[in-house]
Write a protein that binds this ligand. Structure first.
Ligand code: F6R
Length: 608
């Protein structure tokens, strides 16, 4: 989704802004722009399309100047045209604003400003905000921004500069991530640390309602009412090499192949082998508190919601505690039954998804204890929950989530072990799960070593226009996730279904042109899924199966089979998903799709 980068320091801003924006490309965007203060005035250059188009605009006329802001826009108000691209300026043309989020009362503010003679050229809420800041300007940019933001409803991460104050950059956040980067004699703002990581690892995370004012002599953080706030400087642990492609054709492929390591990293330090349990101190929950919960709600979006469904199977089966999985976007607007005996777990790779954050806040408001299963350290969800577990999977750059998914399932297994051992799980069962968890990285590696077999499958099916993914039990969410992966990066229409549900409707779709992907490891429901496979075969459907090593029956029934090593039933999703991720990847590449930045998608969805 939209990206922000800003700079105040001794170096030329334009090149630094462009470099930062390139690092944010993975978030998804459809236009971009920069504004630089060049000593005489404000220069704004913006362009629809990819950053290369903006670069072309800048060739031979890159603005000089050492204070500036840059933005990648993912359209919300108005189409992705050059006019709608950020930065936007105020009525005087002296103030430039970039903005992530949505100003919900923009139409009302626009009406008032237009009555006062303001003329706006774009469809955006951001231009309205720029004009409002201009209207509030009485000699202090800092005060003008604060006054304007007091009028604004909705979410924002903004950065503002003004020709009248050539050494100042003002930034603020509410509901949209923003951080300050503190370098050697220079300062940055960014919506995502990767934009500034080449220059500094020291960051200050802003919280909602906070503003930061950057000048050549330093910075201060305050709230909209002018109260100064002392904030700690955090050190980012990962470095630039972690966010680069490292020889792989795409970030998605790199991230799929990282999974033996990322699964190991998520497990690291958490297993208590003797006790058949886990140590997850970040949960901040005493044993007695865990025993008090009578229900768990897991809330998330997209791929994270799929891992939540797997968590439901694990927690109910092994910890015998009722679990409900809710789309965060639905949970936040219902009247959910949640109280102090409910534990609400939010799962989010980015830790910034607007709906998941809002759902967590709603749960807290109702007195629930909240936990986060989050990848991005220091993200808003990670900071707002009562406790949680970090995935330590490293930055996920490919828009389609892969390694975060497997690590989320691992994290949920760790939570399950702890809860299970306090309720229903024997020490022997616990130890058996730990052994199976420890074997997973090598088993994933075994699958990855046979990626060429999946590539051959993709070669056979890449021309299809539709696909059905079927699974049962804990592999039903894998069917959903496999279908999501395929549709988001290859644009093939794909549906995931519980295999037996097929008879209640989707079976009507089956003919010789419909590949049906069965996720069918040897587990407790193996016999049932074999029957479903027969039903598809009887109607001429092309069966592709993900089966366990040595499963001759499925090998005979399916037109194509890919096998996975055996593990405990509840852990099979961590293995069955790997060939499905690879399948989507190879199909998308074969179809010439932009794998890492699929159309219309954004990496972290910070608007509703
Ligand atoms: C799919 C995908 C999305 C995200 C969803 C939630 O590949 O990446 O469906 O899973 O937008 O994002 P997070 O986990 O960052 O809250």
């Amino acid at each position: 989704m939209c990206g922000i980068v800003g700079y105040v320091g001794p170096r030329q801003a334009a090149a630094l802004l462009m470099e930062g924006l390139k690092r944010l490309e993975y978030r998804g965007y459809d236009s971009s722009g920069i504004a630089v203060l060049n000593g005489q005035g404000l220069v704004v250059v913006k362009q629809s399309g990819k950053l290369s188009a903006l670069e072309q605009q800048l060739t031979g006329r890159t603005p000089t100047g050492t204070v500036g802001i840059g933005h990648t826009r993912w359209a919300t108000h108005g189409p992705p045209t050059t006019t709608n691209a950020h930065p936007h300026t105020d009525q005087s043309g002296k103030i430039a604003v970039i903005h992530n989020g949505i100003v919900e009362n923009a139409s009302a503010i626009r009406r008032v400003l237009e009555q006062r003679g303001h003329v706006m050229v774009s469809d955006t809420d951001t231009e309205v905000l720029a004009h409002l800041i201009g209207e509030c300007y009485r000699g202090s940019l800092e005060e003008a921004v604060a006054e304007a933001l007091r009028e604004v409803d909705g979410a924002y991460g903004i950065a503002v500069i003004s020709e009248d104050e050539p050494d100042v950059l003002v930034a603020a956040r509410k509901g949209s991530p923003l951080l300050l980067g503190v370098g050697e004699g220079e300062l940055f703002v960014a919506s995502d640390a990767s934009a500034i990581l080449a220059h500094t690892r020291s960051v200050v995370y802003l919280d909602d309602g906070e503003m930061v004012v950057l000048t050549r002599s330093g910075y201060h953080v305050r709230d909209l009412a002018a109260t100064r706030i002392e904030k700690p400087i955090n050190q980012i642990e990962w470095d630039l090499a972690t966010v680069e492609r490292g020889g792989y054709a795409h970030f998605m492929l790199k991230e799929i192949f990282e999974q033996p390591d990322t699964v190991r990293d998520t497990l690291r330090g958490h297993l208590l082998e003797d006790e058949g349990s886990s140590r997850v101190s970040g949960l901040n929950l005493a044993d007695d508190e865990i025993k008090q919960f009578n229900r768990i709600v897991i809330t998330a979006c997209g791929t994270s919601w799929h891992s939540a469904l797997i968590g439901e199977y694990m927690l109910e089966e092994l910890a015998r505690i009722p679990v409900d999985v809710e789309y965060a976007s639905e949970f936040r607007y219902r009247n959910p039954v949640v109280d102090e005996r409910t534990l609400v777990i939010g799962i989010s790779q980015s830790g910034e998804t607007a709906d998941t954050l809002a759902a967590i806040r709603e749960a807290k408001r109702r007195g629930a204890r909240t936990l986060g299963v989050v990848n991005v350290v220091g993200s808003t969800i990670a900071r707002e929950v009562d406790g949680g577990i970090y995935l330590h999977a490293g930055p996920e750059v490919g828009v389609a989530s892969t390694k975060a998914f497997t690590s989320q399932v691992i994290a949920l297994a760790l939570i399950t072990l702890r809860f299970g051992r306090l309720r229903n799980l024997s020490i022997l069962q616990g130890r058996q799960i730990i052994q199976a968890l420890k074997a997973l990285p090598e088993q994933i590696q075994d699958i990855l070593d046979r990626a060429h077999q999946v590539e051959a499958l993709a070669e056979r099916y890449w021309r299809s226009n539709n696909a059905l993914y079927l699974g049962r039990g804990v592999n039903f969410p894998v069917a959903l996730e496999g279908a999501l992966k395929l549709k988001e990066i290859s644009y093939i229409h794909a549906e995931g279904y519980p295999a037996a549900e097929m008879k209640h409707g989707p079976i009507a779709l089956i003919d010789e042109n419909m590949p049906v992907m069965f996720i069918a490891p040897k587990d407790a429901v193996h016999g049932k899924i074999v029957s479903n496979m027969e039903e598809v075969r009887a109607r001429g459907g092309q069966v592709i199966a993900i089966a366990s090593d040595g499963d001759d029956l499925i090998n005979r029934l399916a037109a194509s089979t890919f096998t996975i090593p055996e593990t405990l039933d509840l852990l099979t999703p961590i293995l069955t998903i790997i060939p499905l991720q690879l399948f989507s990847y190879y199909v998308a590449v074969r179809r010439g799709c932009n794998v890492d930045q699929p159309r219309n998608l954004a990496k972290s969805v910070t608007v509703e």
